[in-house]
Unconditional design. Structure first.
Length: 308
C-alpha cells in the first residue's frame, strides 16, 4: 500500500524527530528529475535554495556547452545561494549497442571539460540488473571495458565516476540473464575496471532490496562512495515483491532503516551529496514547488536521524 496524499504530506512536513545535532559532511542534494520535476540549470539552483537543499544537480549537457557568460552567471547564482554542486549524470549510454556507445563516448571529453570548468567533481550512473541475451560474464566484460573507457576520460578532468547497482528481485530475475544487483558484485566490477576514480552510487532502496546490512556499509571508505540516494518503501509489501518504480520519500513509512543507513555513512566521514529519489506517483503529481518542498522536508528529517 502507498500513503494517500494528505497523510503523505502531513507525515513528511511534520517536525523532525528531536535529537542532538550530529556533525555531518554529507549535503542534501536536489535532482529535480528524480521527483518528476522539470527544471533547467538556473531554476534547479533557485528551487534548491528556496526549499533548503544544500547542493544542486549540475546538468552535464548544459555545463558541457555553456558559454563563458552562461557559466559565470550560473556559478554566481550557485555561490550567492550558498549551494555547492552535487552529482552530474553520465551522458554515455553504455548499456546498449556499440554504435550508440561510441557516439556518446566521442562527446564525453568536451562534456567532462565543461564539468571540470564549472567545478563539478562527481558523475553518476546506474547498471541494469539483467540482460536478455548477454550472460553474466559477457555482460561483466562489456561493462568493465566500456566503463573503464568512460572513467579514463572523466579522470583526465578530475571527475569521479559512481555506479549504482539495482537490487529489486523483480528486476534482476525478470530477464534471461541476471546481472549485478548487490554491493559485493559491484565491488568486483570496480576492481576489474581498475581506475582510482571509480566508486559507488549507494541507494537506500537497493541496499534494502539487496538484503544488505550496516556491516556492508561499514566495509566501505568515504572515497569509495560518489553519491547517495534516499527513499523509503511501501508498507505491507514483501521485500522480494517491491517494485522499483513504486517507492516513498525517506521517512514516509519506516520500512527502510534510513537512520542506520545514514549513521553508517556518517561514521565513514562521507562528504558527498545525498538526494531524495522516490519515483513516487504522489510526488510526481504535485506542482514543482510542492514536490521539492516535501522532498526537502523528508531529506532533512532523514538527516536528523543520524546518530552519534
Amino acid at each position: 500500500m502507498t500513503l494517500d496524499r494528505r497523510t503523505f504530506c502531513a507525515t513528511l512536513l511534520a517536525p523532525a524527530v528531536a535529537a542532538g545535532a550530529v556533525e555531518r559532511k554529507m549535503k542534501s542534494h536536489l535532482t529535480p528529475g528524480s521527483l518528476g520535476v522539470k527544471a533547467d540549470q538556473r531554476e534547479t539552483i533557485e528551487l534548491a535554495a528556496r526549499h533548503g537543499f544544500e547542493a544542486a544537480e549540475p546538468f552535464a549537457g548544459f555545463l558541457g556547452g555553456a558559454t563563458d557568460a552562461e557559466l559565470a552567471a550560473t556559478l554566481d547564482a550557485l555561490k550567492s545561494k550558498g549551494l555547492v554542486w552535487g552529482c552530474a549524470g553520465l551522458t554515455v549510454e553504455f548499456r546498449k549497442g556499440d554504435d550508440q556507445f561510441r557516439a556518446d563516448t566521442a562527446k564525453l571529453p568536451a562534456i567532462a571539460k565543461g564539468l571540470q570548468r564549472a567545478g563539478v567533481t562527481r558523475v553518476g550512473t546506474w547498471l541494469s540488473p539483467s540482460h536478455s541475451s548477454l550472460t553474466f560474464l559477457a555482460n561483466f566484460k562489456q561493462h568493465a571495458a566500456r566503463l573503464r573507457e568512460c572513467a579514463a576520460i572523466l579522470g583526465d578532468h578530475n571527475l569521479r565516476l559512481g555506479m549504482e547497482y539495482v537490487g529489486p528481485k523483480l528486476l534482476w530475475s525478470g530477464a534471461r540473464y541476471p546481472f549485478i544487483h548487490t554491493m559485493a558484485e559491484m565491488k568486483e566490477l570496480i576492481a576489474e575496471i581498475g581506475k582510482p576514480n571509480v566508486g559507488l552510487v549507494l541507494d537506500s532502496w537497493h541496499w534494502y532490496t539487496a538484503g544488505e546490512t550496516e556491516a556492508d556499509l561499514l566495509s566501505l571508505r568515504n572515497q569509495d562512495i560518489v553519491s547517495v540516494d534516499l527513499n523509503d518503501a511501501p508498507l505491507g509489501v514483501p521485500v522480494d515483491q517491491q517494485r522499483d518504480n513504486v517507492r516513498e520519500l525517506p521517512c514516509a513509512t519506516g520500512v527502510i532503516d534510513v537512520a542506520t543507513f545514514l549513521t553508517a555513512l556518517n561514521k565513514l566521514g562521507y562528504d558527498g551529496p545525498v538526494r531524495p529519489e522516490p519515483f513516487n506517483a504522489t510526488v510526481r503529481s504535485m506542482p514543482k514547488d510542492e514536490a521539492v518542498e516535501v522532498s526537502a522536508a523528508a531529506t532533512k528529517k532523514a538527516l536528523s536521524l543520524i546518530r552519534g
